[in-house]
Design a binder for this molecule. Structure first.
Ligand code: SF4
Ligand code: SF4
Length: 122
């Protein structure tokens, strides 16, 4: 009886495998390729970008940032922020408060790196 059950289950497995072999693949090949097929949901908060030309140096972003990601410096011409993105929690408060839209959270989800210096946005 045990042998019959085993044969039945192997047949069921084979049938299931054959049935799916003819179907379209449900997964994608990311991260090796097909990045464009990765579904990024609407409203996703990815890596931050900063537009220096729009910045008026008001420091509002610095004041609201809960994770001390932002430092305000004087670069010889104007007051402006720099961002240490390895600390960023992507709360989006800086983007919301910025009066000139100089900060934007993009849908870039590939945010890991090997060197913290790569994550400094000036
Ligand atoms: S998204 Fe939040 S944590 Fe990141 S820099 Fe802006 S305020 Fe700071
Ligand atoms: S809130 Fe906007 S304009 Fe003000 S310092 Fe930050 S980036 Fe510049």
């Amino acid at each position: 009886m045990k042998k019959v059950n085993e044969v039945n289950s192997y047949m069921a497995m084979t049938f299931e495998a054959l049935r799916h072999i003819l179907k379209k693949r449900a997964t994608i090949l990311y991260p090796f390729k097909e990045r464009e097929k990765v579904h990024v949901p609407k409203g996703f908060r990815g890596e931050l970008v900063f537009y220096l030309d729009k910045c008026i140096g008001c420091a509002s972003c610095f004041k609201v940032c809960p994770s001390e990601t932002i430092e305000i410096i004087y670069d010889g011409q104007k007051r402006r922020p720099i961002f240490y993105l390895d600390r960023c929690t992507r709360c989006q408060q800086c983007e919301e408060i910025c009066p000139t839209h100089a900060i934007e959270l993009t849908d870039n989800f590939e945010t890991v790196g090997f060197d913290r210096k790569e994550k400094i946005v000036k």
